[in-house]
Design a protein around this ligand. Structure first.
Ligand code: GAP
Length: 528
């Protein structure tokens, strides 16, 4: 065999090995790795500031991701506000009066002793970590991944291990404020600190910290860690300006910020996230009835948008888990395919439904001296309403819908072979693109006909996408990966009888429908 033939065989061999590895990757990569990969490849989620090396626990939504999250928020708003006559909306500022956070307890309660795990990088509360005997030898997996090497370490005198991977190699405990602090007004606290530097030098560390806190507090404001407080401080405004009376709710969708950083699991826990919260004000004594109502209603909402029943649960909190203000709480949880120690995924909270009693209104009343009671003109009763709060996260919901939608299946190819098709089976209501329109070929008036159909769809408020590139089978596959539930193809028959084929993403079945019925048919299929 000549040198040239050798080189050629080596080359073919390398290609085969690469193809084999690519093929194996489909089977060996974990589900979560595949979801992360499709998120980046198809423009759902990108790491924030990626070209600068990224920012921990921060993500950006790409063209498909922004549509998915917008659809989730809009569906929530339609179901929680527009479709009800007992709930009104609110959009309040992110930076609120700093005393709001004193009254709510966030300034005190959001400062916890935190510890970092040096193995899996989880940051956790020292007082809630699993206990282990000091000096005991424990096993854990490298990086906290089921595929990581088995490692051993001994528990130090603090007597606890990482709650995620069980590793005993931990950082020192540090006081950590979960609220992001910034300053407002013309005075720069840095200038004040510089001015006070000489006087501070003689103080011990504790006194110095107290003085610094005093200086900073003069202009300190916080990025809200939840949207809920906006509803409590606007309770009276809304009562006075809208024709509402208990039971009624105030709903808000917006950004919240918490300085809590875990690097794994994509958007599950981030510093900046969006909440969809509603505070439902009820007469004391009717709170338990309404708590049950919202517990069930919210669970049903996720099912109505197609989340798998067997990966959803409603978990009631133990008495010991309840927040200081809550009488009862239940979490809607989804079984995420996260890589864990045992490789089996884990339950994660999508939404908490809490009976917050009259705690918040009473606290704000106490701090402001304002009367936040309700007077019922019919019964002549005056009371501070109890609050039932369904508090959901838009980013967690988007991640759950993405994980649930992800599927791979082996399907026959046009040439009689087989291929793996990746498909995101979103409910049509939340799918980023509802319908893709394809001219079979780029001539004979098919592109123009397709554009006319696109215009009708856009006029009807149906988000659509035009694609004329490549074989029709490839175009279908691209839309399967984007989670587009329907594809319309304009072909030569269209030019004769004004019909198109509609292809269903999940069944891959095609049928012919008249162009003048397209909007009605799609509206019906999207909204059922
Ligand atoms: N007002 C009550 C409240 O904020 P929470 O359980 O802390 O309750 C409600 O938050 C929802 O907000 C959670 O169920 C979750 O979906 C979302 N959420 C909370 N912290 C988050 C974070 N760091 N990253 C992403 N979503 C978060």
């Amino acid at each position: 065999m000549s040198f040239h033939q050798h080189r050629q065989n080596d080359y073919i061999g390398s290609i085969c090995i690469l193809a084999f590895l690519k093929h194996m990757e489909v089977f060996l990569a974990s589900t979560m790795d595949k979801i992360v990969s499709i998120c980046k490849r198809r423009g759902f989620i990108f790491q924030s500031s990626e070209i600068y090396g990224g920012l921990k626990a921060s993500y950006d939504y790409g063209p498909l991701g922004v549509e998915l999250k917008k659809n989730i928020k809009e569906t929530w708003w339609r179901d929680m506000v527009h479709r009800r006559n007992d709930i009104v909306g609110l959009d309040c500022s992110i930076v609120m009066h700093p005393d709001v956070w004193k009254a709510s307890g966030h300034l005190a309660g959001f400062s916890d002793p935190l510890v970092d795990c040096k193995n899996c990088k989880e940051r956790f509360r020292a007082d809630q970590a699993p206990r282990a005997e000091a000096g005991a030898e424990v096993e854990f997996r490298e990086g906290g991944k089921s595929s990581g090497r088995k490692l051993k370490g001994s528990v130090d005198k603090r007597g606890y291990v990482c709650p995620v991977c069980g590793c005993p190699d931990l950082s020192d405990e540090r006081q950590f404020n979960l609220m992001f602090r910034t300053s407002i007004g013309p005075v720069d606290p840095m200038q004040e600190i510089a001015n006070a530097a000489d006087a501070l030098a003689d103080l011990d560390i504790k006194e110095r910290m107290e003085k610094l806190h005093e200086i900073i507090a003069q202009s300190a404001v916080y990025l809200r860690p939840e949207t809920a407080q906006g509803m409590f401080v606007n309770f009276k405004n809304i009562l006075d300006s809208s024709r509402v009376k208990p039971p009624f709710g105030i709903a808000q969708v917006g950004k919240s910020y918490r300085n809590e950083i875990t690097t794994s699991n994509l958007t599950f826990r981030t510093c900046e996230f969006e909440q969809m919260e509603m505070e439902y004000f009820v007469k004391p004594g009717e709170d338990e009835k309404w708590y049950d109502y919202w517990r069930n209603t919210r669970m049903t909402w996720y099912m109505s948008l197609g989340l798998s029943r067997d990966r959803l649960r409603l978990r009631d909190h133990e008495q010991s888990e309840l927040a200081h203000y809550a009488k009862a709480c239940a979490d809607v949880e989804y079984y995420f395919p996260f890589d864990t120690q045992n490789g089996e995924g884990e339950w994660g909270e999508l939404e908490g439904i809490a009976n917050r009693t009259d705690y918040d209104l009473k606290k704000h009343s106490e701090f402001t001296g304002k009367d936040l009671s309700y007077f019922d003109p019919e019964t002549k009763e005056r009371y501070i309403p109890f609050v039932i709060e369904p508090a959901a996260g838009a980013d967690r919901a988007a991640l759950a819908f993405l994980c649930d939608a992800f599927d791979e299946e082996t399907v026959p190819t046009a040439k009689g072979g087989e291929e793996v098709r990746t498909v995101l089976r979103f409910h049509p209501k939340i799918a980023p693109i509802k319908v893709a329109v394809f001219p079979l070929v780029k001539r004979d008036g098919m592109p123009e006909k397709s554009q006319a159909i696109m215009n009708d769809l856009l006029d009807a408020g149906i988000n659509c996408f035009y694609d004329h590139g490549g074989a029709i089978g490839r175009r279908y596959r691209r839309q399967d990966e984007a989670g587009t539930p329907f594809c319309l193809t304009v072909d030569s028959q269209t030019l004769q009888d004004d019909t198109v084929t509609i292809r269903d993403r999940d069944t891959m079945q095609q049928e012919r429908i008249p162009i003048n019925g397209v909007v009605e048919i799609l509206n019906e299929r999207i909204n059922t």
